[in-house]
Design a protein around this ligand. Sequence first.
Ligand SMILES: [Zn+2]
Length: 375
Amino acid sequence: MRMEETRLNKVFARALAVALLLGGAAVAHRAYSLVPVTVNGQQCIVAQGTRVGECVGRYSPAHPGNMVSAGERRVLDDGAGRPVVVLVNGRVATSDEPARPGDRIQAFSGTDVTEPTTVATVTVEPPVEVIGAGPYEVVVSPGAAGIAEVTRGAVSGEVIATQTVEPPSALVVKRSAAPASTGVALTFDDGPWPGQTEAVLRILASKDVKATFFMLGSRVKVAPETARAVAAAGHAIGNHSYTHTYLGSAGPGRVRWEITATNALISQVTGVEAHWFRAPGGILGPTATGVLEQESMRSALWTVDPEDWREGQTAQELAEAVVKAARPGGIVVLHDGGGDQSVTIEALPLIIDGLRARGFTLVTLDELGSVKGAW
Ligand SMILES: [Zn+2]
């Protein structure tokens, strides 16, 4: 029994020794596997095998450098900026190398970089300005587009800045309770002029527009066929004097003759009794005013003069000038005679389309309502 006890004691003692030995080894192993480091000056203990990057992430997270948008500073691309720099004991380290006991780890945050930007020139639509109220509307000013330079983020598309190069002018719409007069009259002076007058007639016919032609007696005399063509097409015919004389400085007899001889010729050639008179240069004078009264005629001046006889103007510029300046009740002075009017002829379809786009109807002076007869 005693011997048995002794044996048992031995077994126990041996087991204890093994246990102690194993335990000691475990303690020793554990002591060895803990790695003391500093991360940005902070004392840390990490398990053996821990990577430098993990140490930084756990104890002193560094901001990664991203690519951010130029406007809202949104992150567009993670890590696409200048990256985090990690030093181990003063030398540049990779984040996946293992930390060693005593390592002094320093992490420097990355820096964001801003996306590149692009600059584009864009047109700025004119703002719409509404005057008055009611169901009827007329465009009283077409406005004009402006130009701006827009800076955008090349990746995000965010608008960073808009710089006005040329401001737009407003499109002005007039609203009213009752329909406003939308008539505009096209008038053609100094004809008839064979070739040019027919070209004008063809365009007016194709666009279904009626106009008013202020003819010179001297021109009706040399081009009666052309004068007749104007009348046959249903246009209004007015008197523009016989010889294009400025009536304000002519004698009374001459003034009377300029008006009445032209009336007689127009009547004889076209069958039309002219009741509109347009003074050459817009200069009427008291004598002519008296003659018009006696002849039951009315003076018709103009409200829109694009100076279509002036050289160096393109058809587009001419049309734009007319469309821009037109107002309800407007009278546009153009020329089918007096010289080369090919730019006017080229501009005419643009003028008609442009005025109609603004809501105008094209009428003769008879249909206009009120006509400007004096300055
Ligand atoms: Zn004239």
